[in-house]
Design a protein around this ligand. Sequence first.
Ligand code: GLU
Length: 415
Amino acid sequence: MATLFDNTLKRLIEAAEHLDLDPGFLGKLKNALEMTQAYLSIRMDDGSIKSFLAYRCRYNDSLGPTKGGIRFHPDVNADEVMALALMMTSKCAVMDLPFGGAKGGVMVDPHSLSIMERERVSRAYIRAFAHVIGPDRDIPAPDVGTNEKTMAWMMDEYSTIVGKRTPAVITGKPVVLGGSLGRDDATARGAYNIIQHKARTLGLKRGARVAIQGFGNAGMHMAQLMATDGYKIVAVSDSKGAVHAPAGFDIGELLAAKRCGRVMNMAGSAGVSVIPGDELLAVDCEVLVLAALENMVHKGNAGSIKARLIVELANGPVTPEADEILKAMNVVILPDILANAGGVTVSYFEWVQNREGERWTLDQVHARLKTAMEREADAVWAYAREKNITLRTAAYVLALSRIAAAMEALGTEKF
Ligand code: GLU
């Protein structure tokens, strides 16, 4: 069976067919620059010692220091980390950021750890990979299972190792430690900016119905932004279950239910029914937001989707086989490397602020994010129209053209 890495590479290779590239460029992009693995040994609260397998992959640095999150999840593995690092390489290029791509992960269920154990894992991660990362080399950030607390511990550990306070080594930090205003909802806001900008082209009307798979940081913020703009949130799911409200949820109630632990807390409210998690994809709606994990839409369930627009807030939520089915159904997909790139874009803003010793206002961050998202969405749409290809292929074409231009400028030794 094709792995996530195979699928990601396949998309890049398909995009390359639309560009006149030296085959050497693609050859270089088939392998990661650097893949490091370590076991993190942690003292647990009960006095025992446990080891967790951890990775950091720097995939490609043609456009600048590598950039990408660190995931804490029991399913983390080398193939997934490399695939996500390749996606980050493309994502940073799509957004025209001066970064290459990277990803890291620890094979652990963060919910099974106490807060002090989580701190020990986070600090141990940095001790293991301090020689790989750095503000001009590789800059981590949050991903699934990590958050601003994790980033604070990691920044502090790195600063201790190098003997100087180094906020620019990591992004997604708490604001009080040099994090950027607006980083918390940046992933969702970036997608929302594109939807607003392209609403007419996409045929979206006020009151359009939205289903959201995955109600973590990105999914929750997306629900809030879209509800405020008049969209109707009709179904949401998290790892514990799914709820459906055909007439639309009261967004305040929904967010409060989630803050108390899970969306299932909505069960019992008027007009809300519980549905099996896998039925969320098939709910009657105009927009389906995928904000959970990779490979959630596959050839076995793609045909049941009713939405006309899919927004990929997660990385790699739709398999290439499902892409084909959805294309035949005329479903438009706003692809991950553009749709969820608001996160890394505000990470870049954070890195710039740290290096300049500046603090931007929330309005400045929002305005710059909106400009960047609209600019690159226009560029992706232009390629799609010009070459008659999907938005996903167009996004990869845009990314690849920028990466290849950098490789070419760097000279023959580099590929
Ligand atoms: N983990 C996020 C992503 O997949 C953010 C990466 C970053 O901010 O560097 O895009």
